[in-house]
Design a protein around this ligand. Structure first.
Ligand code: GRF
Length: 198
């Protein structure tokens, strides 16, 4: 099987993107072909360039809320790079069904909760407010409904009495960096069996 080409979309520091880049070596069935951000100041862009991966920026701000116009530009470098798989990794723009449908079945996202709990934002604070004994992260296939696609992997962490949203987020992030590479390796090999960590 030929290696799959992976485009990774980021908006910030890209710690998940870095863990994915670091994992795609040796007999891994995929290689990165692009790191793309909606934010020219995203710290992840320099990390990708330092790793020798092509980067691109499509700033969403000039499109002032015209999501379709922004996405018509955003999709171009992904197509040009010949991506087989798209990984959203800390990408903070909501994508329309029009964009998602172009990658149905081959676009992944990592979300910092045990979906289907806590779709959307502020997941760690919500888990604490709910008094949950455990929390975690999920990698799922992206479908037009936000944070709703088939689950490809989950990692669980205990919630401690002393936790704040920041301490909980930090514990989850460690697991994100383990889960996403494990899921991508399996997914790129054509295996959709969910990965369960912990
Ligand atoms: C992470 O918490 C991830 O769950 C969410 O974006 C946050 C930052 O990710 N999707 P990264 O460090 O930019 O990869």
């Amino acid at each position: 099987m030929s290696q799959k080409k992976v485009a990774i979309l980021i908006s910030g520091g890209g710690s998940n993107m870095v863990s994915l880049l670091d994992s795609m070596t040796g007999d891994h069935p995929a290689r990165p072909c692009l790191v793309l951000s909606n934010n020219a100041d995203a710290g992840g862009l320099a990390k990708a360039a330092a790793a020798g991966v092509a980067t691109a920026v499509v700033d969403h701000r000039p499109f002032a809320g015209d999501r379709e116009a922004f996405e018509a530009e955003l999709v171009k470098p992904v197509i040009e790079a010949g991506a087989d798989i798209v990984c959203l990794a800390g990408f903070m723009r909501v994508l329309t069904a029009g964009f998602v449908s172009q990658f149905e079945g081959r676009m992944l996202n990592i979300h910092p909760s045990l979906l289907p709990k806590y779709k959307g934002l502020h997941t760690h604070a919500r888990a604490l407010e709910a008094g949950d004994g455990e929390h975690g992260c999920t990698v799922h296939e992206v479908t037009p409904r936000l944070d709703d696609g088939p689950i490809l992997g989950q990692a669980r962490v205990p919630v401690l009495e002393s936790d704040t949203p920041d301490t909980l987020a930090a514990r989850v992030l460690v697991q994100e960096h383990l889960l996403y590479p494990a899921v991508l390796r399996r997914f790129a090999a054509g295996d959709k069996t969910p990965v369960q960590l912990r």
